[in-house]
Design a protein around this ligand. Structure first.
Ligand SMILES: C[S@@+](CC[C@H](N)C(=O)[O-])C[C@H]1O[C@@H](n2cnc3c(N)ncnc32)[C@H](O)[C@@H]1O
Length: 271
């Protein structure tokens, strides 16, 4: 029985159980509110009966927070917190209790990778354990992909994942984007900004690293009722930093809180 079926077949109190949960490799991540914590074992059984490969169940007990964007978890089944997640023919060694990784953005990573033209030089800010950089290197033919990441544990996994996926033209740059980007030489054809919260604070790093025709994939959070004004707001922000950009596409790619979504804006630099 899945969590959804369990919830539907059970009484009132199970309405508190979140119906969706995330699977990363052989780890299941669930949200079980205090009100129904006594049903924990039933919930674990429901997950294990439906997903036989699961070895560990983590209960999310705190929000994704801090600079490293790692949530707090309690192990409620099993013990191993390191796993290998698979997406688009790539494998990612990851420990969700120590580094950020979500399978929910795998479709978005593939979308970006399919936009890449042969020979592009690409920069991924906030690279995590390397999913954007490595999926791009696997599915397309960039000349070079640089990934910047602050969390040293995530960098350790990123380096291992480069080996694991046998991609040759991906490089890990450990450090704060604010220190690393100004030291990079040359311009990029594509810059991906999956920022910890809003990429707003990092736009000033782009001048000198972009040229006419550079694509910037700008991720940000915005409330649903301000969605319509978001393209103008972001264009204005780029203008303040001397860049004219054309909006090629905007899409919702996840939610952050009730009525607050993650959006990605695909922008092309025009000057
Ligand atoms: C939302 S996660 C995205 C990770 C990765 N791109 C992915 O999709 O799995 C943001 C990442 O940015 C890193 N980070 C936060 N602030 C940073 C900074 N100033 N410079 C570099 N990396 C940073 C965090 O450690 C985290 O791994």
């Amino acid at each position: 029985m899945s969590i959804k079926e369990l919830v539907e077949a059970s009484g009132e109190e199970l309405k508190f159980v979140r119906r969706s949960f995330e699977i990363i490799g052989d780890i299941a991540i669930v949200e079980i509110p205090e009100e129904v914590i006594h049903l924990k074992d039933k919930i674990i059984s429901a997950i294990l009966s439906k997903h036989k490969h699961i070895k560990t169940v983590l209960r999310k007990v705190g929000k994704v927070e801090g600079e490293f964007r790692v949530a707090k978890f309690e192990i409620i089944y099993g013990s191993e917190t390191e796993t290998i997640a698979r997406e688009h023919g790539c494998r990612f060694l990851v420990d969700p209790t120590k580094v950020y990784y979500t399978s929910k953005l795998s479709g978005e990573r593939e979308r970006i990778a399919r936009l890449v033209r042969d020979g592009e030089r690409i920069l991924v800010m906030f690279a995590g354990v390397g999913p954007y950089a490595i999926v791009i290197a696997k599915l397309s033919r960039p000349s070079e992909v640089l990934g910047i990441e602050l969390n040293s544990k995530a960098c350790e996994y990123f380096r291992k994942n480069i080996e694991l996926n046998k991609v040759k033209n991906v490089k890990v740059l450990e450090g704060d984007v604010k220190d690393v980007v100004p030291k990079l030489e040359g311009e990029f054809d594509r810059i991906i900004m999956p920022a910890p919260q809003s990429a707003e604070k990092f736009v000033h790093l782009l001048p000198g690293k972009v040229k006419v025709g550079t694509w910037v994939h700008y991720y940000t959070f915005e409330s649903e009722n301000k969605e319509k004004k978001l393209p103008e707001k972001v264009k204005e922000l780029f203008k303040e930093h001397g860049m004219e950009v054309e909006l090629k596409n905007i899409r919702k790619c996840g939610s952050f809180a009730p009525y607050v979504n993650r959006y990605v804006l695909d922008l092309e630099v025009k000057n």
